[in-house]
Design a protein around this ligand. Sequence first.
Ligand code: ZN
Length: 308
Amino acid sequence: MLTLRFHVIHGWKTHSILCSALLAALALCGGMSARTCDAQAKPAGRPPGVAPLPQVTSPRLYVIDCGTLVYNRPEDYQLTREEVADTNMSVPCFLVLHPKGILLFDTGLSDRLVGRPLWENVDEGYGQIKFMTLRGALADIGVTPADITYLAISHSHWDHVGNANDYVGSTWLTQKAERDFMFGPGADKAHLALYDALAHAHQVVFEGDHDVFGDGTVILKFTPGHTPGHQSLYVKLAHTGGVVIAGDLYHYAEERALHRMPKEEETTGTPASRDMIERFLKEKNAQLWIGHSTAFFKNAIKSPGWYD
Ligand SMILES: [Zn+2]
């Protein structure tokens, strides 16, 4: 039932269900023939009522609320509770509008969690709270899934791919190592359904850094360790300056300040990736945004406001 409800409310691809089941119930189709209703529910271009797509002459970056993780085990990150100001984690998604196209970076917690009680959605010790859908947040900006040129994920853990299947009409920009990890024998079978449609998306597969629009302003930085193909995102903004969105290179800001990381990552690429990003930040005079840090998220300009 939960799945059906989600599709009826949020799925553009289920207009026939929406039209017959929901709109009929709301009497919005009352007096219309089924054909008339169907024509109104399936516009040829943009959906009706969506704000105009913003036009930009330089990159614009949006920080979108894609949920919150209620969590109280900072020990998993080799930090004590006394050392961490807030053990909970924000879960942002990021949208970049560029004159040559639109990039969605991470898709957050699943939209289907909205309105559901916390006890229903505890996964691996993380309670998931979600107040708004990614799809709705994008609509507030004036962006529909069909407008998004590229989808990239920092990595394939469930709190970053919750809505990935909604964006398979975009070109998926992926590290080869992460794609192999996602669909190989080591795949997380419990969460594969969150992103399995990406297997059939149009893809650009690369190893190392990737210049998204070819002008050096938006670059996926290869930062392996947390997962085999983890990547961070550099965005060069005209007024704000350079920003690196860390992904899960760090979770808590205190990890960076106190030089801590999950024990199991000490023997992965994480230490070298962190060193590389620190050098890159200096070289570009850029700031580091740690998405899971509630201190970052609390102070960030949130969508539909933006950075440029
Ligand atoms: Zn994460």
